[in-house]
Write a protein that binds this ligand. Structure first.
Ligand code: UD1
Ligand code: MG
Length: 460
């Protein structure tokens, strides 16, 4: 049976105190709204309608790739009014429509799916949650004689003291037959404390129509928590990171501290992977068997081969690291850095758009940009490729077994033949032949009889 999802995302998010629309704030590197759209996709929504209002253009542009439809709600007269705007975009058939909140990012697809099943194409299904402090939530009113029967939802502001004592709150998530939803939502009135059209008033309408109302309780409150403030955003981020950390640890990944781990994307790990504290993984990262990541590394869109070690404080982006390679501490691998097996990249070494073949080493204070580096090359401290002439980038080719001394400038385009040795301090602007020593630096001279100037005696 067809499923539509309506995501409410028109609200302002005043308490975020931000120029951005609330639903575009990021949790684990992905906007709140995108998390919700991912959940909608995961439950196989055939059609998704996002209600936009505050910052509508920005919000619509941000999630345009999702294929969702948009309905604008201006001004915002309440959640019922929001759903009214979606009605013209919903099909006239026997489909089910699920309502989600754009600022509740962690709803699990399994929970959403269970609610659609509870709706069964004929009931009104509500997702509720029992909270220690349900302040602000709409309260679930149940029949005193038969607690399985839900009679309505009363909004916090409209509730009596007795009703406020109810700890079961409405999460903002419901599923209903589209045709009934259309009928009920069209008939909503705003005669309440806030002068708003409350979507929650349809519950009493369903009861009046003899349509069964079923309430499913969320087991894990994390998945129904909304974001209204920077504090709540940070708290949800930590809960989400904890979830991810636990999943990785269940698969055998050894995190030194699950509380100091951040994954903003996907992380695939082989066996016996160890990750020390305060590492951030972004985009798509793959760590093969036995990889060790030292403390305080930031790794984005990278593939790291078996047994490689990334020492502390390294920054990797768009890089490939071969088996058994050693990187860092304080190394920087930029996009297009491709390290072969057993390569060593040491402290304060930057590599960009360069391939290093098996066993090549650049251990200290160096730059390799747009370079092709052969096997077993030893690239000395302080040496750099001068790859940019102010307009164009040029390649440096370093053959197998080359030794580049310290503080060399390799002015690209330039080629160092296999087995060449480059004397320290050389500026190499022409190709260096294979197997020979090339030196390009001023000759050392000693001035005979030279005297060091003396400091005048300081006055007493
Ligand atoms: C709503 C529910 C309440 C529930 C709570 C859960 C209603 C009347 N009340 O209350 O029962 O316990 O959520 O968090 O539905 N929005 C629009 N347009 C509007 C108003 C809101 O798109 O005109 C969007 C908001 O951006 C937000 C969502 O709807 O994503 C919920 O709105 P909010 O104002 O937070 O509703 P609550 O008062 O919290
Ligand atoms: Mg709210």
């Amino acid at each position: 049976m067809a499923l539509n999802v309506v995501v409410m995302a028109a609200g302002k998010g005043t308490r975020m105190k931000s120029a951005w629309p609330k639903v575009l704030h990021r949790l684990a590197g992905t906007s709140l709204l995108q998390h919700v759209l991912n959940a909608a996709a995961a439950i196989g929504a055939d059609r998704t309608v996002v209600i936009t209002g505050h910052g509508a253009e920005q919000v619509e542009a941000a999630v345009a790739a999702s294929g969702a439809l948009f309905a604008r709600q201006m001004p915002q007269l309440g959640t019922g009014h929001a759903v009214q705007q979606a009605l013209p975009l919903l099909p006239d058939d026997d489909s089910t429509t699920m309502i989600l909140n754009g600022d509740v990012p962690l709803l699990r697809p399994e929970t959403a799916r269970a609610l659609v099943q509870a709706c069964a194409g004929r009931h009104l299904a509500l997702l509720t949650v029992v909270l220690a402090d349900p302040f602000g939530y709409g309260r679930i009113l149940r029949d005193e004689r038969d607690a399985s029967r839900v009679l309505g939802i009363v909004e916090h502001k409209d509730a009596s003291d007795a009703q406020r004592a109810i700890r079961e709150g409405y999460t903002g998530v419901m599923a209903a037959p589209t045709a009934l939803l259309r009928r009920w939502v069209s008939a909503l009135k705003n005669d309440n404390v806030q002068r708003e059209y409350y979507l929650t008033d349809i519950v009493a309408m369903a009861v009046a129509d003899g349509v069964p109302v079923v309430a499913a309780q969320a087991v894990d409150e994390t998945e129904v928590l909304g974001v209204n403030s920077p504090l709540q955003l940070a708290e949800l981020e930590r809960r989400f990171q904890r979830r991810q950390a636990e999943t990785l640890m269940e698969a055998g990944v050894r995190l030194a501290d699950p509380g100091r781990f951040d994954l903003r994307g996907t992380l695939e790990c082989g066996s016996d992977v160890e990750i020390d504290v305060n590492c951030v993984f972004e985009g798509r990262v793959t760590l093969a068997d036995g990889v060790r990541i030292g403390a305080n590394c930031v790794i984005r869109d990278a593939t790291i081969g078996a047994g490689a070690v990334i020492h502390p404080f390294s920054h990797l982006e768009g890089a490939t690291v071969g088996e058994g390679a050693l990187v860092g501490p304080f190394a920087r691998l930029r996009p297009g850095a491709e390290l072969g097996p057993e390569v060593h990249i040491g402290n304060f070494v930057e590599v960009k758009n360069s391939t290093l073949a098996r066993g090549a080493k650049a251990n200290h204070l160096a730059y390799l940009g747009d370079a092709t580096v052969g096997e077993r090359v030893n690239y000395g401290a302080g040496s750099i490729t001068a790859n940019y002439d102010g307009a164009n980038k040029h390649r440096t080719v370093i053959g197998d077994d080359v030794h580049v001394g310290s503080n060399c400038v390799l002015v690209a385009p330039v080629t160092l033949g296999a087995g060449a040795t480059i004397g320290g301090g050389s500026t190499i602007a022409k190709d260096a032949p294979a197997g020979q020593l090339t030196v390009a630096r001023a000759k050392q001279a000693t001035i005979a009889g030279w005297k060091r100037p003396k400091k005048p005696a300081s006055p007493p």
